[in-house]
Write a protein that binds this ligand. Sequence first.
Ligand code: FE2
Ligand code: FE2
Length: 454
Amino acid sequence: MITVESFLIQLVSSFQVARIYTGDHPQFTKAIDKVTSDLDGILKEKETLTIAIVGDEFASDDQIFFDLSKKIKDAINFLKSNNVEKITFKYPVSSDDIKSFVIYLLNDSDQGISVSDYLQAQGILSISVERINASYKNPARKDSSGISFNQSQISSPTKGSFRFYQQAYQTVFQPLQDIISGKAVDDKKVKSILISELDALRGIIPDFSRLADRAAQGPEIHVLNVSVLSMLLASKLGFAKSDVLDIGLAGLLHDVGKMYISKRILHKNTKLNKDEFLEIKSHTVLGAQMLLNYVDVLGFVPVVAAFEHHRRFDGNGYPRLRYARPAHQVSLIVSICDVYDALNERRSYKQDYPPELIYELMNKERGKGFDPVLLDKFFKIMGVWPPSTIVSLSDLRVAIVKEATDNILLPVVEIVSESETKERIDLSLLKGKLSIKGSLNPLSSGKDYVKFLK
Ligand SMILES: [Fe+2]
Ligand SMILES: [Fe+2]
């Protein structure tokens, strides 16, 4: 029987053959004929076949092909360098179509015409290609604050926005629950609900000082926080709005594979043994496989992030891949936000993780676990002490952080007082005369000041 796997191996080896022989050489024709007949066999049964590149591997339907031969690495790099991350084949497909496609990839891709334009110009309707998202290739890494984002667009967590956040949490989790339970994700409605909620949440910094509320809301608040933080970071990096929303969706779904992990292991608070740890790690692959079923509705970005969000910038992490390749930028964004939120979560139940310690721990991983450019941007947005942190100042007064400035250690703060007129100080303008000594935990040393959080 012809399997998708054997077809992929044929396709990849046709790239190899095309590198050696010219387009009219019998060896090349033979290779193309083999690819075509395999594909024909598959398409006769299922009409269309979509192949996506997920991380380092090929994926199709709900399968990720981990065990293909060594040639795959080159082929995947090669396709990606040609802006191809998803290929759809439709029945009927001819050997001429396949041949033109392979020849274009090998020879003509540097002529300035995109692969989709080329296929269209050739009248090839049986093959279509897409990037998972075109603008990820070269997101404006230079500071592009003018493009879609500036600091003033970030609303600091006012009472309104916190309530709003809680409401969004309710609205988002129903459709999310539908996805998780495998119910009715057969139309665009789910995505449009999620996207419009995420759109409303763009620019908000989660309120990390409301630890008591957080504990009451349960573990799901984690994925909403990751989603909102990922959107903030993506905006700051200059991604277009639609990409920012897709990244928000990826944040929301990054841990979806945890539904397959037993609750006993997920909530175990003693050390995990080797098997339990292996099971936890599998949430990445399981999540990606599950989301592949919803590619039509949710797109590929959530698949990639679910698969790769525990991959490290230095190529380590999990799932372990045979050939270390840098993770997708979306995964690197989600991974920073994931760790940041997880460390904040610990503040509420395990030992205290004050923001200054979280910053220190994450910064130790700069260039190792985390992409240094992304990490610096992240803390530029949040500051070491994010808005709403209760802090004690060097003159022993207590203040609430209001917004970040260019100096991550010296934000704008508001002195805590009962009076109507609050003293607001931009610490970055005081040339070191006043600074932050440290933060107070809203559940213990800062308890009396929680009422001053807006
Ligand atoms: Fe995870
Ligand atoms: Fe997570």
